[in-house]
Design a protein. Sequence first.
Length: 516
Amino acid sequence: MPSAEGGPLITDHYYPRAAGDFPTLLVRSPYGRGLPWSPLYGLLFAEQGFHVVLQSCRGTGGSAGAFAPWRNEAADGRATVAWLRERPWFDGRLGTVGPSYLGHVQWALALDPPPELKAMVVQVGLHDPHAFFHGDGVLQLENALVSGVGMTYQHRGTAIFLKALLRLRRRVREIATAQPPYEPYTSGLGSETAWLDDVLTRSDADDPYWEGTSVGEAAERLRVPTGLITGWYDALADQSFEQYDRLRAAGCETALLVGPWTHTSAFQQGLPVVFQESLAWLRAHLNADPADLRPTRVRVHVGGEDTWRDLDEWPSDPATTSWYPTPDGQLAQQNPTGSDSGSGSDSGSAPLASFRYDPADPTPSLGGPLLSRGAGPRDNSTLEARDDVLTFTTPPLTEAVDILGPVTARLTVSTGSGHPYLFARLCDVDPRGRSRNICDGLALLQAAQGESEQVGVAMGAAAHRFAVGHRIRWQISGGAHPRYVSAPGTDIACAPVRITLHTDSALLLPHNSRLT
């Protein structure tokens, strides 16, 4: 079928072997039309009573033109719908579905939604590329490199893609520590990629390169029922929560599912749940068949007890409980200094503990919301034994502690030199001493040498129960490499820096009785 500029877009059509009219699902992908897209969307949904139109984006999978990430999806999406209107089997009922970049193409179409669009299911989806690559002003290096491999090789076939992933895995730390920064990334990708050059070097959201790439504003006026699916360790989870809030504010019908998944495991271990949730939403809004639709807007998996909970609403701004670090390494609910950590001032604060961060030997990343293998919850015990990691831990709990919602940290810190990063992580320590990460975040410090500043760190969201006998641990370090670049800007050879944590600091956990 023709793209917006007239070149052919290679498109596969799957349909039920049965008589009658069926709604149509549009799936547009830069990752090819073979594995896993053919069985995940073409076969599974066609046998459930849908026409499935599986299309390779411009410049990928045999489609004509040059692939320019995030640039042509709105225009080509509209051209695709215009083509569908001329098909004798298209009955005017259109839905969209898909993950990651396939979520971006859905939001792009929703900027000016065609009247036929009746339902969307955005699975672990993207709407703002800059926020994904440079969230909080810090380059998420490892995820950027893995994205480069995916969009360069996945549409060329499974074997070629896996070979490219293995090559990157062997060379990712070499790329991350090279001088000049990132120069040898072509050795990890096997070829130069112009758009990845821009992603790595254009950190400013106001840079003209990023103009028009975010399509998140579509949710602010959307009336198309939209289901959102993510995982607690999904690298795009924050974008799903943001879109849920926007859709609710706009009065759009929406639902949110959050599972115990990473970006990729949602379609491995999580596939039965993800497929059933997606199918129920599409049937309800394309077939007027709400029989399998769950009764609540929100369903979350609760870590620590391995159960699912249905909620009437997602608590975007919940009440919080403050937990304070103590000089002996404990985490307490009573502030040992008696000062008000929420005052926004470092008045009355004093040094509590410090560590030395060396960009030449950066604190390594372990688990968390990555695109690569090794994402998700991991035992942090070895990481926490390093000299450049501070930990503050409660005694074994005598009562369970439940959290539901965004986790944040408010820290007062001072540095000996430079403008380093500050990485904060929440962990659950079991009776055997295994420390598993729940959520985390990173912020860039701005204060001049020797001055203290108070910085907030958004640590992601969680639904978790710390069981009796477990301990809550707050982990603080100067980075997580190569998930993030090891130092600000392009100077990854800057000098080591000492970071001092002050008593006017607190971990803010979202307390919510709905998990009790």
